[in-house]
Design a protein around this ligand. Sequence first.
Ligand code: FUL
Length: 419
Amino acid sequence: MKPTPQQLAWQAAEFGLFCHFGINTFYDKEWSDGTLSPAGFNPARLDARQWVQTAQAAGARYLIFTAKHHDGFCLWQTDTTDYSVRAAPWKDGKGDVVAEVAQACHDLGMPLGLYLSPWDRHEPCYPDAAAYDRFYTRQLTELCTRYGPLFELWFDGAGSEGRVYDWETIMAVVDQHQPNALIFNMGRPTIRWVGNEDGLAADPCYYVVDDTSVSIYTGRKDAAPKSYMPPECDVPIRQHWFWHDDDLHTLKSAEHLLGIYYRSVGLGANLLLNVPPNRDGLLDDADCRRLMEMAGEIKRRFARPMPARLTQRGAVVTIEFDQPVLFDHLVLQEALDDGQHVDGYVVRAGGREIAAGRTIGHKKIHALPAVTARELTLELNTDAARIASVNAYQTGHQRLPELNAPFDHALFESKMMRM
Ligand code: FUL
């Protein structure tokens, strides 16, 4: 089963920045119930270019913005509801955050994705399935027609357990106006949720899956056929998705963020790391510094591969260096245009096994005890696969980075307005 060119481009992007920003930001909430007044929404210094520039400096290659979260508050000039920026004091009700983010992304060459929560706790017609489907379709149409090309549409399943939406009609909007957009998780997904909010992919990481096993929100009851659907690992940089002034102690360490990178991108999945704009409408200094620490370390470790020649004969790949080299990391990549094939491999140096695994996919990172070798062999379980690259690095680290973030449950609960 083969990926589409859009899926390949998305996998090549590897790393995106997620920005949760909305009415919650101004009321210290994670989930609000649709009753918070728009009067509180007033980001004094909103600068979407700062978000995009930060993302780019950190090596992110797409940005996803929450146009509407579960509270129903719309961050654009929608004609579908008055619960939006139009009712806020910000820019005298004439501001449009989605437009500003889209403009910044366009100007700086950053692919943009939008999150539009199906679950809507404000909209009075939500209990009426047919009426809400029409309402939601109009919202999606606005987003798909007003802000240029979209890279990804994010359909969050939270709150929608048991609810069946009219995905056929909803997906027709995407087909008509944004046929190149990747579709996350619901409807007719082309990329899937990894299954946790810790940023961690499974090993092995398979791209061809049966969607009943990955997304319970498609609304389909029959056993779905298998399809090519690579995973996206979404995770917040602090423990919350929206910005709060009292959770700095939960900011993940650079080591932890690096650990996430190894266990997402390094296992062949995409990483979508959330860094939330604060009440000024800017990414917070502390978060930006941490992001740069992580990015700096990724760059330091992986910027300079040792020059090598790669030859593939059937299921055996030979990697020859110009001279014996010392290294502690190996990064393997499979060419995916013809689909994912590797499901078992061993790397040997001088006959000794130094790394092994199941899937390779877009990228597989191994940290290993330092080895000196002039030649390596990579044996695959199949000769149907093509290896795109094998790179060796000397980083000074021989182990996976540790995951060590604290989680403050009481604090988390204090920010939820559950039903
Ligand atoms: C979850 C939501 O409930 C969170 O608030 C956040 O948006 C996260 C990305 O997805 O399902």
